[in-house]
Design a binder for this molecule. Structure first.
Ligand code: DGL
Length: 278
C-alpha cells in the first residue's frame, strides 16, 4: 500500500552504487530545498552483469524500502535498473511517481553531424526493452555504436577516475567507434559522467558527450510540480545517504565525487527485503 504523498516528504534516488550521485548532484542543483534520500545498493554492484530478472527483484526491494521511508517520488538513477524494472514498478504501483532513465539517444540524434552516435552502457541495459525501443526509434536516423566498458563501473566505485587502468578501459571502448567517425557519445550508465573529463580527453574536442543528468533533474521537477508535491521550504533540504555495501568506504567517496561530506547509513538485505542495520 502506498500512503498519501506529501510535499514535505523526501525524494528517493537509487542506483546500484555511486553512479546515481551524478543524478543526485543535478537534482540538488535545481531543487536545493528538497530532502534527498540516496540509496546505493553496493552489496550488489555491478548490476550490469546480472540478469534483468535479478535486477528487477533488487529494484523492487529498494523501491519498497524507499516507500516505507515515505518518499514522495523515486528516481531510478540507474539505466540498468530502469531497463529491468521501470515498467514493472509502474505496473505494480500505478499511482506512484517514478522517474527513470533510458540512453539519451534522442538529443544525440539531433546533434550529430556525422550521423554516428556511440552509446556507453552496461550489458543489461543493452538487453532491455527500453534500449530496443530506442534502437527502433533512431536506428534509421543515425548509426548506433555500443560499448559496455567492462570494469569501468568497478573502477568508479573505487574512486579511480583517472588511473591508467580506467584510461585503458575507455581507450579500448572508444577507439573503434571514434575511428569510424562517431561524433556524439551518450552516457548510458549513470556512473560514467564521473569520468567525463577523461572521455573528453580521449575523444577530443570535436566529439560531444551527452550527460542526461540535467534533463532527468528537470523531469523530477516537472513531475513534482504537476502533482503539487514541490517542497515549499525556504531552507536547504536534508541529505541522507544509505548503502547496502561498505558505509565507511562510501563516506570517503562522497567528497571526492560530489564535493559533499556526509554520514552514510548501513542497510542490509535479508530474504529479498532491504532494512536498516541496527
Ligand atoms: N549506474 C548504473 C547504470 O546506470 C549501473 C552500473 C552497474 O551497476 O553495473 O546502468
Amino acid at each position: 500500500m502506498v500512503s498519501k504523498l506529501t510535499s514535505n516528504a523526501p525524494i528517493g534516488i537509487y542506483d546500484s552504487g555511486v553512479g546515481g550521485l551524478t543524478i543526485w548532484r543535478a537534482v540538488r542543483a535545481i531543487l536545493p530545498q528538497e530532502d534527498l534520500v540516496y540509496i546505493a545498493d553496493q552489496a550488489k554492484v555491478p548490476y550490469g552483469d546480472r540478469s534483468l530478472e535479478e535486477v528487477r527483484g533488487l529494484a523492487e526491494g529498494v523501491t519498497r524500502f524507499l516507500m516505507d521511508q515515505g518518499a514522495k517520488l523515486i528516481v531510478i538513477a540507474c539505466n540498468t535498473a530502469s531497463a529491468a524494472a521501470l515498467k514493472y514498478l509502474r505496473d505494480l504501483f500505478p499511482d506512484y511517481p517514478f522517474v527513470g532513465m533510458e540512453p539519451a539517444v534522442k538529443p544525440a540524434a539531433e546533434q550529430t553531424l556525422s550521423g554516428k552516435v556511440g552509446v556507453l552502457a552496461t550489458p543489461s541495459t543493452f538487453q532491455g526493452e527500453l534500449y530496443a525501443s530506442v534502437v527502433e526509434r533512431f536506428a534509421h536516423v543515425v548509426q548506433l555504436y555500443q560499448a559496455t566498458c567492462p570494469g569501468l563501473v568497478q573502477q568508479i566505485e573505487k574512486g579511480c577516475l583517472t588511473t591508467p587502468k580506467t584510461r585503458q578501459i575507455l581507450d579500448k571502448a572508444l577507439e573503434p567507434m571514434l575511428k569510424d567517425g562517431v561524433d556524439t557519445l551518450v552516457m548510458g550508465c549513470t556512473h560514467f559522467p564521473f569520468v567525463i573529463s577523461l572521455i573528453r580527453e580521449i575523444a577530443g574536442e570535436d566529439v560531444s558527450v551527452i550527460d542526461p543528468a540535467p534533463a532527468v533533474a528537470r523531469q523530477v521537477k516537472r513531475v513534482l510540480e504537476a502533482r503539487g508535491l514541490l517542497s515549499g521550504r525556504k531552507s536547504a533540504g536534508q541529505k541522507v545517504f544509505w548503502t547496502s555495501g561498505d558505509a565507511a568506504k562510501m563516506a570517503v567517496l562522497l567528497p571526492k565525487l560530489i564535493a559533499v561530506a556526509g554520514e552514510v547509513g548501513q542497510l542490509r538485505w535479508e530474504e529479498g527485503m532491504l532494512s536498516l542495520s541496527s
